[in-house]
Design a protein around this ligand. Structure first.
Ligand code: NAD
Length: 423
């Protein structure tokens, strides 16, 4: 019989409300001008479109698509497009704001946006998905643009959807426009290094934070929750810094070995096992237990809402590096801060992905493509500089790294708005 995860404790906090509460706190500490606060609280634009698509059986189904531009104060808005039945306008608005802060914190010249289509992609054929993506692109032709709003993959979308989007947009405009989206396949102008980018940024943040905490990586232990793109690559690269990864987990549960998990073997196991770690030979633990192991570093890299007021006081790690978006609730933040746990927040720690998306856009516009080594070097530098600026703000204002990240981000966007004088 296969192992069953106990039901997780349901957290009542909504990750987006958590995000907004941090925005409020950072705005208060920064003494943000009330007018600018009011502007940043609301998205600049929210577009809803109806997308008629001819299905394979000849019927026409109408899907609802959204694109929200939160802010373009720093540059064209940037953010993914998700395909899911759960997509709704309020969530897309919150995710768009999140992108504004994430881009600002790492200092890339973008605003924030997000989009989605309410659909169940698992029930759709490739042809239906292609027609849906093309219909969405056509409907958003005046929203998207390489100097206006640049989509990217998100939940249930990937290089194929971005290729269709880029192709449709190019046809509508009568010219090849690879920079209208990022996350494209390599042959269509995708960037080398994109696949590893988020995990690599997590590793760079982890290494920088260990330095501040005076922890020797060669003597440190680490647990990684989630073993997909972000989790497995973070684990591999953190291991290469000398840390011992004693636990990993995925949807099938957790795997613990106090002598250290062989990450390369675990990746190979997962790749040959339908993408899951189910049956991996190590002591079984739960996804709840992995969060409270006696380790130096914890990397939540699975999903939102994992460290909450119910378990934050049980966390023993001295450092949390957020690979996932929104894994820690606002009330858990307070507990972790009181317990001297350093949290490198999502908008900083996992911004390596959007940083390399920016490099993809730069390369598309240059028509000149960088080596993987150059992409890594520039992304590492961007992440390191962003970490240092957030750390400096945390010292200056005597706040957590999360609030400091929001302070750094909001300060930049507020200054841009004030100089532009757009209201
Ligand atoms: P993924 O789909 O590649 O991997 C997700 C992993 O989490 C899988 O191993 C899955 O088994 C596991 N998982 C799913 N449900 C789980 C559960 N209930 N408990 C434990 N594990 C569970 O996704 P990803 O791209 O690695 O993204 C992971 C997180 O990182 C998400 O929050 C995502 O928004 C965030 N993120 C990803 C990127 C990126 O570039 N991929 C960038 C920024 C943020």
């Amino acid at each position: 019989m296969s192992y069953k995860e106990p039901a997780p404790i349901k957290n009542q906090e909504n990750p987006f409300e958590s995000m907004m509460s941090r925005f409020d706190e950072a705005a208060r500490i920064l003494g943000l001008d009330q007018n600018i606060y009011n502007v940043l609280k609301y998205p600049a634009k929210a577009v809803i479109v109806s997308l008629p698509v001819i299905m394979d059986d000849g019927t026409v189904q109408v899907f609802e698509g959204y694109r929200v531009v939160h802010s373009q104060a720093m540059g064209p808005s940037k953010g993914g497009i998700r395909y899911s039945m759960d997509v709704h306008l309020d969530e897309v608005k919150a995710l768009a704001a999140w992108m504004t802060w994430k881009c600002a914190v790492v200092g890339i010249p973008y605003g924030g946006g997000k989009g989605g289509i309410k659909c169940d992609p698992r029930k759709m054929s490739k042809g239906e998905l292609e027609r849906l993506t093309r219909a969405f692109t056509g409907a958003m032709r005046d929203v998207f643009g390489e100097e206006k709003d640049i989509p990217a993959p998100d939940m249930n979308t990937g290089p194929q959807e971005m290729a269709w989007l880029m192709d449709e947009y190019s046809k509508i405009n009568g010219q090849n426009s690879p920079a209208v989206t990022t996350g494209k396949p390599l042959v269509l102008g995708g960037s080398l290094g994109r696949v590893e980018a988020t995990g690599r940024g997590v590793m760079v943040s982890c290494r920088a934070a260990l330095g501040k905490l005076g922890i020797n990586p060669m003597e440190a232990t680490c647990a990684v929750q989630g073993f997909g793109n972000v989790g497995s690559i973070s684990a591999r690269l953190i291991r290469m810094q000398g840390l011992k990864i004693v636990a990993i987990s995925d949807i099938s549960g957790g795997y613990y070995d106090p002598n250290g998990i062989d990450i390369e073997a675990a990746i190979e196991y997962r790749n040959n096992n339908n993408g899951t770690l189910e049956g991996y030979p190590a002591e079984r633990i739960t996804n709840e237990e992995i969060l409270t192991l006696d380790v130096d570093v914890l990397v939540p890299a699975a999903m939102e809402d994992q460290i909450t007021k119910h378990n934050a006081h049980l966390v023993k790690a001295k450092l949390i590096v957020e690979g996932a978006n929104g894994p820690t609730s606002a009330s858990a933040d307070l507990i972790l801060h009181e317990n001297n746990v350093m949290v490198v927040p999502d908008i900083l720690a996992n911004a390596g992905g959007v940083t390399v998306s920016y490099f993809e856009w730069v390369q598309n516009r240059l028509g000149y493509y960088w080596t993987e080594e150059r992409v890594h070097r520039r992304a590492d530098r961007t992440m390191k500089l962003a970490f240092e600026s957030v750390y400096a703000a945390s010292q200056k204002y005597n706040v957590s790294m999360r609030i400091a990240a929001y302070i750094v981000a909001i300060d930049k966007v507020a200054k841009a708005l004030a100089f532009r004088g757009t209201f």
